[in-house]
Design a protein around this ligand. Structure first.
Ligand SMILES: [Zn+2]
Length: 222
């Protein structure tokens, strides 16, 4: 097949510029959620796989191996690819994630699938309405650009929360170390009093009372 003039290469696969921009953010979001370790396993971006019936010929559509969980589909949909589905062995596929970016100007041959999901279809068969959409719904209605913003906001919020947690740990550790320091000074004071008593050779009741007070009194050395 002849590649369109706007083709860019994404990790060795021909893609439209939208896909090349969107996929790394999608990947980062999946990694952040712990549903993906390592890189996306791309099967096809712009391509002519016979099972795809031409939907991948111009761009805006992606096939990713292995990702077939609800969360993978949900994140893709939230990120502006409502027409994303887990394609299964039961449907006759090698299991993979198939999706189409909403608002990508290069997705013309696959755009009917966006209409299909909005009508509750699963994107297969005539008009993409050969089966019922298996979700998860509701759809986001976002474009792929809005989807990138949505994901980046989540990633930013996560970083803020992370920084807050680190700050909290830092404060607690500081308080702990201050407490230890105080205890160390109290120990030294008590040791000093005991040493004096040992040197003196005998202790009066007043000496012992003073020692007891030093042990009991938290505030003496602070
Ligand atoms: Zn595109």
């Amino acid at each position: 097949m002849t590649l369109p003039t706007y083709t860019v290469w994404f990790r060795g696969y021909p893609a439209c510029p939208c896909l090349a921009e969107w996929l790394p953010v999608y990947e980062a979001e999946l990694q952040r959620l712990g549903v993906l370790s390592g890189s996306l396993r791309i099967y096809q971006l712009i391509g002519g796989a016979s099972a795809s019936a031409g939907t991948h010929s111009n761009g805006g559509a992606f096939d990713i191996s292995d990702l077939v969980g609800d969360l993978d589909v949900w994140i893709a949909r939230q990120m502006g690819a409502d027409a994303t589905w887990a394609r299964t062995a039961a449907q006759g596929f090698t299991p993979h994630l198939h999706g189409v970016l909403t608002g990508c100007p290069h997705n013309a041959p696959a755009r009917y699938q966006i209409d299909a999901v909005r009508s509750g279809g699963n994107g297969l068969g005539s008009g993409g309405l050969g089966g019922v959409d298996d979700g998860p719904r509701p759809l986001s209605g976002r474009t792929w650009r809005q989807g990138i913003e949505w994901a980046k906001q989540r990633q930013e919020d996560d970083m803020t929360q992370y920084a807050d947690q680190l700050d909290g740990i830092d404060k607690k550790l500081d308080a702990l170390l201050k407490g230890q320091d105080k205890a160390r000074r109290q120990n030294a004071a008590i040791r000093g009093k005991v040493t004096k008593l040992v040197q003196k050779g005998s202790a009066t009741r007043a000496d012992l009372a003073e020692l007891l007070a030093a042990i009991d009194n938290d505030t003496e050395e602070s």
